[in-house]
Write a protein that binds this ligand. Structure first.
Ligand SMILES: *Cc1c(COP(=O)(O)O)cnc(C)c1O
Length: 408
């Protein structure tokens, strides 16, 4: 038997079934018309942001990293909840503009921005978080051609990293950001060329669950920003302090202590150096805001036994839930929180493997899981599906196509 990850708070049984937004899984699938289906819950999104804001200092802005879940109704809902939006491609730029989001709230990071993407961003007046000298030069010359002063922040590749982070994005050689020691001269050049200098962006990693590690890293980020501002010779208008807040996916994972992080930031903010006193300060979060608000529902289409192992074969799989299958940034495959949605209040009764419909042994949704006895036609729920699910999985694989999505 392998343990399942913890089911996030707020999911209860109704008429014996998993309920999301007060409606049963079968009811939601009936409305959507088919499986597989991603269901995202408005009330989860709301509660998450309310709790986060209550814990964090008032002056700390909260940005949403759109790549975690760009589903248009989710994006639209987030506009009323967060302060800023971080995008990482021209496609995401189109999405935030289509959602009517004020370009002043948008910053565009990510390596490999093409000239057409830089041009579209400069025309739309969103802030570019430049990832290299070359990119900043291209942005400056595009701005000159257009006759507009581009808004430019510089993404820093710091020498420290976020400890215990699932995905390290700082420390040592990286394709992201500019090595810290080269930042001041580029910032001075950007300012000298008449661009609207928007400060610094320091992102150090993702999916950390340790408050201590996050507190230490945010402290390092503030120290580094102060040091760089000193060398630039101007206070910073803005500092994006990165994110990294994780969610529990696996057995033994604990939710991060946002109260402790908020208190530590409050303390740091009370004694900020002059270079940061007037800076707009923000964090950028993806999975923490939306991950637990999503559930992936798929249907059991076959039940079979092979060499004594029972397989529940579903119409879902890694083409929608690459991360849950263990093939997106994990070394050892562990089980996400999974349940039989149509028997949500039944006791575990048998050990099964829940698999997808793709013809590859990689397509697993739960290994050796203790679940209630389930039959063909029952619905399986995979939790923590609100981030990096639909948009970060290879839905074209085997001609399967995308899953349905709905916000309730
Ligand atoms: C992906 C990314 C995020 C969001 O990461 P989460 O783990 O979803 O919070 C934030 N900032 C940058 C620069 C990113 O690349």
């Amino acid at each position: 038997m392998k343990p399942l990850g913890p089911i996030p708070a707020g999911y209860e049984a109704k008429d014996g079934e998993l309920a999301i937004g007060g409606r049963t899984a079968s009811d939601l699938v009936a409305e959507a018309g088919d499986t597989p289906l991603f269901v995202y819950s408005r009330s989860h999104l709301d509660q998450r942001v309310v709790a986060l804001r209550a814990a964090m200092p008032d002056r700390l802005g909260v940005n949403y990293a759109v790549k975690a879940n760009p589903f248009a109704p989710v994006l639209d809902h987030m506009t009323g909840l967060v302060d800023g939006f971080d995008i990482a491609s021209g496609g995401e730029l189109e999405m935030v503009l289509a959602a009517g989001i004020d370009p002043d709230r948008v910053s565009f990071a990510g390596p490999g921005k093409r000239d057409a993407e830089l041009k579209a961003a400069i025309e739309a007046e969103v802030t570019l978080n430049c990832e290299s000298e070359g990119e900043a030069d291209r942005a400056l010359s595009i701005g000159e051609t257009l006759g507009v002063a581009p808004k430019i922040a510089i993404r820093v590749n710091p020498s420290f990293e976020l400890k215990g982070s699932g995905m390290k994005m700082g420390g040592g050689a990286k394709p992201f950001g500019l090595d810290a020691e080269r930042v001041p001269s580029l910032a001075r050049k950007v300012i000298a060329n008449g661009a609207d200098f928007r400060g610094l962006h320091i992102f150090t990693g993702s999916q950390a669950l340790s408050a201590d590690a996050l507190i230490e890293t945010k402290g390092n980020v503030l120290n580094l920003a102060d040091e760089l501002a000193g060398e630039i010779g101007e206070p910073l208008p803005k500092l994006n302090m990165g994110g990294g807040f994780g969610i529990p996916y696996f057995a033994g994972d604990e939710p991060i202590d946002i109260t402790a992080i908020g208190r530590a930031l409050e303390d740091r903010f009370a004694r900020l150096p002059a270079s940061l006193q007037d800076a707009q300060l923000c964090i950028e979060l993806g999975r923490y805001l939306v991950g637990e608000a999503g559930v992936y529902l798929c249907r059991i289409v076959d039940r079979k036994v092979s060499h004594g192992t029972t397989y529940l074969v579903t119409d879902g799989g890694l083409h929608h839930q690459l991360a849950a299958s263990g093939n997106f940034g994990t070394v050892v495959r562990r089980n996400y929180p999974v349940a039989i949605a149509t028997r949500f209040d039944a006791d575990p009764a048998e050990e099964v493997n829940v698999v997808g419909c793709l013809c590859t042994p990689l397509d697993r949704l739960a290994d050796a899981a203790m679940l209630p006895r389930a039959e063909v036609g029952d619905l399986v729920a995979v939790f923590c599906a609100g981030a990096y699910g639909a948009s970060a999985s290879p839905s074209a694989f085997l001609g399967q196509g995308p899953a349905l999505e709905m916000l309730v």
